[in-house]
Design a protein around this ligand. Structure first.
Ligand SMILES: NC(=O)c1ccc[n+]([C@@H]2O[C@H](COP(=O)([O-])OP(=O)(O)OC[C@H]3O[C@@H](n4cnc5c(N)ncnc54)[C@H](O)[C@@H]3O)[C@@H](O)[C@H]2O)c1
Ligand SMILES: O=C(O)C(=O)C[C@@H](O)[C@H](O)[C@H](O)COP(=O)(O)O
Ligand SMILES: [Zn+2]
Length: 361
């Protein structure tokens, strides 16, 4: 078993990465504080893993299950209420533990429920998608979408532990697997050039879902995220680099209707746009962007945005980004491959001219 740590003082927590950790009752039960558990999952994931998970839990625990509808379009305040309804109907008190069993949607929603139910209860993450294992289960960003913007309602609320079982990825559909790879590649681009090269070197192994290579990628991704989060938990500064491609990506997701583009797909196209803007600044080369595009395409990821968003639509969504300060956009660009930077002085006219190059007239 590999154990990493997210170092946040008295809120530090372990990330356990182990085949079969879903069946490791001793470990799971050690992190359950009270006598009650609410397992939050969805209608796709629960039939796959709920029984195994519940069999690992201490039989003396009172366990409630909440199965959310599946899909990004259900990551809403209205659906979140289903968790509170069940928690209250089943008399869960402040010492209950919320356990998220699912992908990033379930994790973000369960985390926000844990942050707000009776003003905060114990929270554990069991991520079941590649994207959730390498990104969303770590770092404490929780919340839901609003029709006008992604993740607009939420809280920073760290889990008390993360349990990653790479074996659960065996059932993950190809499109979801590719979406997770986009966030893996992101870490190489923003802060780890050696990892970027290693990932490219193993690109056929990723297509073949080689377990050894995948396990190593999960570990290195979680380690990168843990380092950044430990440095800047609430995104006052450096944490924003984890948002590479997201200003464009979130605009795509919201404008196209949540669920039409997967989050990882929108991030993939968004990273290419951020890379192209970085070329315009004279920082990286066209050849480096071409190499990235070719790689993402080989992973079946989109590398261009949809062609139905006007400049106004782009601008409207991008100006709602959470990184905006006093009406000024902050964009994550690439100073080099493997080194991101945060840019807050790109003239609005330059950004609009850039967006116009891929928008309908
Ligand atoms: N909090 C963060 O730091 C953070 C980071 C990245 C992304 N996110 C959020 O995460 C969400 C995307 O997460 P996602 O990509 O995991 O999507 P998701 O949660 O919608 O899961 C993708 C699909 O895979 C299914 N699934 C999950 N595990 C499975 C398994 N083992 N086998 C078969 N099917 C399985 C799900 O039911 C769903 O249909 C977005 O809402 C995004 O905003 C949050
Ligand atoms: O953890 C972070 O910080 C990230 O930015 C990780 C992103 O991959 C993730 O999609 C996050 O949810 C985006 O956050 P937001 O603050 O832009 O909504
Ligand atoms: Zn993301």
């Amino acid at each position: 078993m590999s154990t990493l740590n997210v170092q946040l003082g008295d809120r530090s927590y372990p990330i356990y990465i182990e085949s079969g950790v879903l069946n490791n009752g001793a470990l799971l039960n050690r992190h359950i504080k009270g006598k009650q558990v609410i397992v939050v999952s969805n209608t796709t994931v629960a039939p796959l893993f709920m029984e195994r998970l519940c069999a690992s839990l201490d039989p003396a625990l009172q366990v409630s299950q909440v199965l959310l509808p599946d899909g990004e379009e259900h990551k809403t305040l209205a659906v979140l209420e289903q968790i509170f309804d069940r928690a209250l109907q089943d008399n869960h008190n402040r010492s209950t533990t919320v356990l998220a069993l699912g992908g990033g949607v379930v994790g973000d929603m369960a985390g926000f429920a844990a942050a707000s139910y009776q003003r905060g209860v114990n929270f554990l993450q069991i991520p079941t998608t590649l994207l959730a294992q390498v990104d969303s289960s770590v770092g404490g960003k929780t919340g839901v979408n609003h029709p006008l913007g992604k993740n607009m309602i939420g809280a920073f609320y760290q889990p008390q532990a993360v349990f990653i079982d790479p074996d659960v990825l065996d059932t993950l559909p190809p499109r979801e697997y590719a979406a997770g790879l986009a966030e893996v590649i992101k870490y190489g681009l923003i802060c780890d050039p050696a990892f970027y090269e290693w990932l490219q070197h193993h690109r056929d192994d990723f297509v073949a879902r080689d377990k050894t290579v995948l396990g190593e990628a999960i570990k290195r991704s979680c380690a990168a995220k843990a380092r950044v989060v430990a440095e800047d938990e609430r995104e006052g500064g450096v944490r924003a680099i984890l948002n590479l491609g997201h200003t464009f990506g979130h605009a795509i997701e919201a404008a196209q209707g949540y669920g039409s583009w997967l989050h990882g797909e929108a991030v993939s196209a968004g990273m290419v746009l951020a890379a192209r803007l970085s070329v315009n600044q004279g920082w990286i080369t066209d050849a480096e962007v071409a190499r990235l595009v070719q790689w993402l395409e080989a992973m079946s990821l989109p590398t261009a945005p949809p062609d139905n968003m006007s400049v106004d639509t782009w601008t409207e969504h991008m100006l709602r980004d959470k990184k905006v300060i006093d009406g000024r956009l902050r964009l994550v660009l690439l100073e080099q491959i493997g080194k991101a930077c945060i840019v807050d002085d790109l003239p609005q006219a330059e950004l609009e001219a850039f967006v116009a190059t891929f928008s309908p007239v």
